[in-house]
Design a protein around this ligand. Structure first.
Ligand code: BGC
Length: 351
């Protein structure tokens, strides 16, 4: 195994974006990009050993810069998902973050995902990306360095280790925003994929998808993925936590509130036989099925187009807007000069 570097293309006219490809012994491979420390392609075998790309994305690096295209495969920070009114108080300091959507902050609100990251180190089977974010960038406190290490193992695990170092206490909620489609079929949506999420509760939200602070019980509702069933079974059921026409875009409360490393989701395409299991030490996972992506989009990778419900994002995270519910929602913050760490794994097998 070795990491191969190549030029992807240019953003902002003449700024190069590079790709780093890691191939394992079985031929499975991941292509990472310096832009947003993102996953650009991920080839995994079906039950007959046929490799297909299981993540959505683009041929043209500039397309990744368009937030309407949904942060395809990019690392999101400093704070994933929403912050009500773009403000919170942390350790007595009032912080104001960009209101880049409606009146709230989405995905940090700034350029965190949309810049080239440095490559700090590569090895046989890993790449480490790094981004420095100065004190006050997008309103967040502290000089802040995030490192993201991707490792592809020989047993088809893509491990993502996030590390944050800051010069004073601050907050962080890193995630990766890959959209999976395990079918290897350019036409299929993810409605036929089977999904299981071991969570009895989800965070209740208002009409702007901002947490109210209450938890809703999944039992007896379309939100229940405690048993495996097709994503499409109930996706268009009218329900208070769902925006009509969009479908799932909700945070599930995982059981590992204490930071144990546990199963967070199991996704299967039973036709191809590909199975993905997501493991994390974080307490939440956002299930987002690409319902905000337009049916009319035409950009993608060849005929594999980024559009309505073509991919499902399984974003491990602290619950959205935890910065405004630090006592109520499970949380740990970044302590000065002490590395804050979190790990997520995408484990691929076949059935
Ligand atoms: C959010 C969606 C958003 C998507 C792309 C998800 O994490 O919950 O509302 O459309 O990211 O930005």
């Amino acid at each position: 195994m070795a990491v191969e570097k190549s030029l992807f293309g240019y953003i902002n006219e003449n700024e190069p974006v590079y790709l780093y490809k890691i191939t394992n012994e079985s031929g499975a491979h991941v292509t990472l990009q310096t832009l947003g420390a993102g996953i650009q392609a991920l080839y995994m075998p079906d039950r007959n050993g046929k490799f297909s790309d299981v993540v959505l994305g683009f041929d043209n690096p500039s397309d990744y810069l368009n937030p309407d295209y949904g942060y395809q495969g990019l690392v999101v920070g400093r704070w994933a998902n929403r912050i009500r009114d773009g403000k919170f108080t942390f350790k007595g300091e009032e912080c104001r973050t960009p209101q880049n959507q409606g009146t709230w902050t989405l995905h940090g609100g700034g350029r965190f995902s949309f810049t080239n990251w440095e490559v700090e180190e590569t090895g046989e089977d890993f790449v480490v990306f790094r981004r420095f974010s100065p004190d006050g960038e997008d309103g967040f406190p502290a000089d802040f360095t995030m490192r993201v290490k991707y490792t592809l193992t020989n047993d088809n695990i893509l491990r993502i280790e996030y590390g944050v170092l800051s010069d004073r206490d601050t907050v962080a909620n890193p995630t990766n925003h890959a959209y999976f489609n395990l079918s290897g079929d350019d036409e299929k949506t993810i409605e036929g994929h089977y999904l299981e999420i071991p969570a009895d509760y989800f965070t209740e939200t208002d009409e702007s998808q901002l947490p109210t602070g209450e938890l809703g019980e999944v039992k007896g509702t379309m939100m229940d993925f405690t048993y495996a069933h097709k994503i499409g079974d109930m996706i268009d059921t009218p329900f208070r936590a769902i925006i009509d026409g969009v479908g799932y875009d909700n945070n599930y409360c995982l059981k590992n509130k204490s930071g144990a490393f546990e199963l967070a989701a199991r996704l299967e395409d039973r036709e191809s036989g590909r199975r993905l299991e997501v493991y994390t030490d974080l307490p939440g996972i956002q299930l987002y099925c690409g319902g905000w992506l337009s049916r009319d989009y035409t950009a993608g990778k060849g005929a594999n187009i980024v559009k309505f419900r073509r991919g499902v994002a399984l974003e491990t995270q602290f619950y959205p807007d935890t910065v405004n519910f630090p006592e109520k929602f499970p949380f740990r913050y970044v302590k000065a000069n002490k590395e804050f760490k979190t790990v997520t794994e995408f484990r691929f097998t076949t059935i």
